[in-house]
Design a protein around this ligand. Structure first.
Ligand SMILES: NC(=O)C1=CN([C@@H]2O[C@H](COP(=O)(O)OP(=O)(O)OC[C@H]3O[C@@H](n4cnc5c(N)ncnc54)[C@H](O)[C@@H]3O)[C@@H](O)[C@H]2O)C=CC1
Ligand SMILES: O=C(CO)COP(=O)(O)O
Length: 339
């Protein structure tokens, strides 16, 4: 309930896997939820059959969740405006929605990417486009594979906002029996954890596809977290964030799960599929494919060495064969683990 005595109103823009699953979490936590979709078909399916067959087949959605294609209707009066579109289209999408936003609404990013060109994190894009301060922007992240959440399997998550009180309000709004959110005020670290783990997930997928074993996987996860932490430190993040849900937690889930699109994308490449073939069989957003370039851009702007990210860019965008890329990664000059 809000202080005015009515249920918390949340709107989720994006009827993809995570947008729909998180709308379900909010509804199960007692919010009055509206889901906005650009296509009429999934919106009608949500309203008439309580399903979203394209993105969450077999999942029955709660009754206190309705969908619309009308952005003004969706945005009206929302306490929380949740954004769940691909990272690279957020700027263009939000520019259309910004004039419709409810005064005082908190904008919540579900996205795990970095904008190409500007190298901006999603919360920065939101502040820029919606012209709101950091205290009105929150991030939800952590080990939250949408299909598991939609099956109401247990998970913890992080809700991050520079204003702890806002994070606590969002925490209360999305705390469902199977979804346990923790607050954090380190927005930079939480966002970097999510965006970079998609890149490391691609690398681990490639190694899995090449059947290189679990030592290789453990090594990549650990060194992947080391380079994420290096980048985070250079950008003012709290290093502890990376050993939490937004860092290690998310990395472990993605790198072990066949449900992860980034991991699966990498596995297909590692098995020998070409980039074009892999893109053709990938029906949903695998953010790391584009964000590996913007993460590398960010690393270069901050003078940080990110060899695994660089290797992924080489394979995904420069046509480097995985065997060659791996050989180069392994033959880098010897270093201290603290580097
Ligand atoms: N699926 C998952 O398990 C999780 C995903 N995320 C993040 O959530 C974000 C959204 O991912 P998903 O919902 O999984 O993606 P998805 O691929 O399942 O859905 C994307 C949604 O965006 C819409 N869309 C695509 N292009 C668009 C455009 N140009 N304009 C407006 N809408 C457009 C699609 O119609 C769809 O509704 C990503 O940043 C992802 O990294 C975060 C945690 C879990
Ligand atoms: O971020 C995710 C889980 O927390 C989902 O990962 P994928 O985008 O790789 O499916």
């Amino acid at each position: 309930m809000t202080t005015s005595g009515r249920p918390v109103k949340a709107t989720v823009f994006g009827t993809g896997s995570w947008g729909t699953a998180f709308a379900m979490v909010l509804a199960d936590a007692g919010c009055d939820v509206t889901l906005w979709g650009r296509r009429a078909e999934p919106v009608e399916a949500v309203n008439s059959t309580r399903t979203n067959p394209d993105y969450l087949p077999g999942v029955e959605l709660p009754a206190n969740l309705r969908a619309t294609t009308d952005a003004a209707e969706a945005a009206h009066d929302a306490d929380f405006t949740v954004l769940a579109v691909p990272s690279q289209t957020l700027r263009e999408n939000l520019a259309q929605w910004a004039p419709l936003l409810a005064p005082g609404t908190v904008l919540v990013s579900l996205m795990k990417g970095v904008e190409l060109g500007s190298a901006m994190r999603m919360s920065e894009v939101i502040e820029d486009v919606a012209k709101v301060g950091a205290d009105r922007v929150a991030v939800v992240t952590g080990p939250n594979l949408a299909r598991e959440i939609a099956a109401r399997m247990p998970a913890a998550a992080v809700v991050a906002c520079s204003d702890e009180k806002v994070a606590q309000r969002l925490q209360a709004a999305c705390h469902a029996p199977y979804f346990r959110p923790y607050t954090n005020t380190d927005v930079v670290g939480c966002e970097l954890g999510g965006a970079v783990k998609n890149v490391i997930g691609l690398a681990v997928g490639i190694v899995d596809g090449m059947k290189l074993g679990d030592n290789a996987k453990g090594s990549l996860i650990t060194r992947g977290l080391a380079e994420t932490t290096r980048l985070g430190l250079s950008m003012g993040a709290d290093p502890l964030t990376f050993s939490g849900l937004a860092g290690l937690g998310d990395l472990v889930a993605t790198c072990s799960s066949p449900l992860s699109r980034n991991h699966t994308f990498g596995t297909n490449l590692g098995r020998g599929m070409t980039l074009q073939e892999t893109i053709a069989v990938t029906k949903q957003t695998a953010e790391g494919v584009k964000s590996c370039e913007s993460v590398l851009d960010l690393a270069r702007r901050h003078g940080v060495d990110m060899p695994i990210t660089e290797t992924v860019v080489g394979i995904v965008h420069e046509g480097k064969p995985p065997v060659v890329a791996l050989k180069e990664l392994m033959s880098r000059s010897a270093k201290s683990e603290r580097h």
